[in-house]
Design a protein around this ligand. Structure first.
Ligand code: AMP
Length: 191
């Protein structure tokens, strides 16, 4: 089973993906995590995307599609969870093509619906908690960057809601419910 978790930054996609990894032996494919890893290891690509990421913009389709293509070559275990990908219509088309090439299907697109002000608070808190625990704070976890990331989401990613709705793949859930309730909603969709 291959699924997409769709929703704005801070909606809880990563949290839910981690639960699916534990509970269903699925593989989480987070392009955000892959890009952060590329920065940490100082690859040329990592250096290239750093400024765009810190400002809250989207890196090029070509780069993220390349990252996903590589991962689809590996073990699929209980299936892939696409987290933070696709974020644009060309990425969505590319994902469809890549899955088709592998003889795989997309089984569900789960839209996590949340409210902006709650998201801004969540992300600012995530930064505060990380700082208090002596952990590194994501450069894009601040209010200005978050508002920019939200606008990028509405302009470039939200059109995917209509795209997957038209394909009959979309289910929307309340992403602001307590974590366990959100997990239960996802379990119900996945069966
Ligand atoms: P995330 O951890 O998913 O919030 O991603 C952090 C940042 O990585 C985003 O703000 C973008 O700069 C970049 N990024 C992650 N995934 C993508 C994607 N699919 N397309 C373009 N940029 C992405």
């Amino acid at each position: 089973m291959n699924i997409i978790l769709l929703g704005p930054p801070g909606a809880g996609k990563g949290t839910q993906a981690a639960k699916l990894v534990d509970g269903r032996d699925m593989i989480q494919l987070s392009t955000g995590d892959m890009l952060r890893a590329a920065r940490t290891s100082g690859t040329e690509m990592g250096q290239k995307v750093a400024a765009v990421m810190d400002a809250g913009g989207l890196v090029t389709d070509e780069i993220v599609i390349g990252l996903i293509r590589e991962k689809l070559e590996g073990d699929k275990k209980g299936g892939f969870i696409f987290d933070g990908f696709p974020r644009t219509l060309p990425q969505a088309d590319a994902l469809g093509d890549l899955l088709a090439e592998k003889g795989e299907t997309l089984d569900a697109v789960i839209e996590m619906q949340v409210d902006d002000e709650t998201l801004v608070k969540r992300v600012v808190n995530r930064a505060k908690e990380a700082a208090a625990a002596g952990q590194p704070v994501r450069a894009d976890d601040n209010e200005d960057s978050m508002r920019f990331r939200l606008m990028e989401y509405y302009k470039k990613t939200a059109p995917l809601i209509g795209y997957y709705y038209a394909k009959g793949d979309l289910t929307s859930i309340d992403g602001l419910a307590p974590i366990d309730e959100v997990s239960a909603s996802i379990d119900k969709i996945l069966g």
